[in-house]
Design a protein. Structure first.
Length: 461
């Protein structure tokens, strides 16, 4: 979704020299001017057309404009078979599936370009986990043996350990921070002061919200660095993860600023203080997407029977590892055992942007012993970026996984309700994973569990 801002920008500000349309809308006609562009190819075989692609008489990326999307993929595979053979990698694609499971007409113009097939990922299901008094099953796509089994054990401990898990969204807002350049540092300081004046914020907000029916601009935070201003715009985005929405709205804000500050130059729509898909203290401290806190209390008995360790060992392992160990490593947002494992597996299953696992995995895991001798645990995750509409969420398999959780599509009663539920489910999967891995480490059973789930005995198919 990040790359789509270039598409949005080029639509709103048509460039003198065309910006590469990374995510083009679905075109209806071809724009190629080569002689084969007008030729009727309907009688030609796939092999013949692949030859035309190889000899550059037809541009690969125009295949979907000329043929139905499934046939376009078949032709492209033939062309790539030829190209890969010339590099000594003949038949490499023969085991890459392309039939039956993916509707290429949904993918085209939305999710991927130059498509030759799809990579099947196993999806495991964990749960039920009791979250906010509701039973939830969570699909996880992964190739890491042990992860699903281990998370399932954590879910069991949460659900049987007491009253389940309870979570809250404590902050909500996706961000975009354009880099704006002024002629001097003093002019940059003037612009910061202008943006911080409440009546001016209302003008920026009105401009932003004229571009979207779901997005609401909630803040505008300028940071000055010399002549540059990084304007971090935050918006709530309903059930969308919101990168397209906030990027489009940001352009409208920039238009207002351009009129007020004619000498201002837009350096980049994303000035990196957003911060998207990069490790940054900004997201850890300020939050991005959904900021979630989740907690659970697990009885001493369940810690001993299901997690097979003791409360004291869990508290100590968490302290020595997730707090002291991460501090010694100079960690930023990594005060956890393996949040990224669960975040990424749920992201892949539910059509989220997997590159956003960088900031979405920010998490501090805290463990204490209660006065009753039970185990209290929480995960605080300030920047979970998820949506249930847009991106990969409408592809059939990913939509099925969202449906299994109970948060597919837009929430018509309460826009944003589905995305908020998904964020809390990501946090629940993370906490289940934290519980189980910490317990395995506390009981020193990690390696033996991995040997059982990751390493098939020799000779066994
Ligand atoms: P993103 O902004 O996450 O990149 P998209 O722009 O791909 O997502 O998808 C959001 C689109 O879905 C917008 O056009 C928006 O109007 C539409 N939409 C429909 N229902 C909802 C909803 N409940 N919440 C947010 N957006 C919605």
């Amino acid at each position: 979704m990040y790359v789509c801002m270039f598409w949005i920008y080029s639509r709103i500000h048509p460039p003198a020299q065309s910006i590469h349309p990374v995510c083009s809308s679905k075109p209806s006609t071809t724009t190629s001017t080569s002689s084969t562009s007008t030729e009727d190819l309907s009688q030609r075989s796939n092999d013949e057309i692949a030859q035309l692609v190889i000899s550059h008489q037809i541009k690969d990326h125009t295949l979907e404009k000329r043929f139905d999307t499934h046939r376009a993929v078949e032709i492209r595979r033939l062309a790539f078979d030829h190209k890969l053979s010339s590099l000594g990698n003949a038949s490499a694609l023969s085991s890459l599936p392309y039939q039956h499971s993916l509707d290429y007409s949904s993918v085209y113009g939305a999710n991927c370009e130059i498509v030759v097939g799809y990579v099947p990922l196993p999806v495991g299901m964990v749960g039920p986990v009791t979250l906010n008094n509701e039973s939830v099953y969570i699909p996880m796509a992964t190739t890491e043996g042990c992860l699903v089994a281990s998370t399932n054990r954590g879910c069991k401990a949460i659900s049987q350990g007491g009253t389940g898990a309870h979570s809250r969204i404590v902050k909500d807002g996706i961000t975009r921070a354009p880099c704006l350049r002024l002629p001097s540092a003093m002019a940059a300081a003037d612009m910061k002061a202008w943006c911080e004046t409440p009546v001016h914020f209302q003008r920026l907000k009105a401009a932003f919200e004229s571009t979207t029916s779901f997005g609401k601009l909630t803040s505008c935070a300028p940071t000055v660095a010399g002549k540059n201003v990084y304007l971090r715009l935050t918006c709530v985005s309903g059930d969308a993860m919101g990168m397209n929405m906030v990027s489009k709205g940001s352009l409208a804000v920039i238009d207002v600023l351009q009129r007020e500050f004619p000498s201002m130059v837009l350096v980049a729509l994303s000035g990196n203080m957003c911060t998207d898909k990069k490790a940054a203290a900004m997201n850890w401290i300020e939050g991005r997407g959904k900021s979630v806190v989740i907690e659970t209390t697990i009885s001493k008995k369940v810690v001993e029977t299901i997690l097979k360790t003791s409360v004291g060992r869990m508290v100590s392992t968490n302290y020595q590892k997730n707090l002291i160990g991460s501090a010694m490593a100079g960690s930023m947002g990594g005060f956890n055992a393996h949040a990224s494992n669960n975040v990424t597996a749920v992201f892949l299953a539910t059509g989220q942007d997997p590159a956003q696992n960088v900031e979405s995995s920010n998490c501090i895991t805290l463990v204490e012993e209660t006065t009753d001798g039970d185990l209290w645990m929480s995960c605080t995750m300030p920047s979970i970026e998820v949506g249930t509409v847009g991106g990969g969420t409408s592809l059939a398999a990913q939509a099925a996984c969202l449906k299994a959780i109970g948060c597919q599509g837009g929430n018509s009663n309460c826009p944003g309700g589905n995305a908020k539920k998904l964020a809390q489910v990501v946090a629940a999967a993370t906490m289940a994973g934290e519980l189980s891995l910490l317990a395995a480490l506390a009981a020193n059973e990690l390696v033996s569990a991995h040997m059982q789930h990751n390493r098939k005995p020799a000779g066994k198919k």
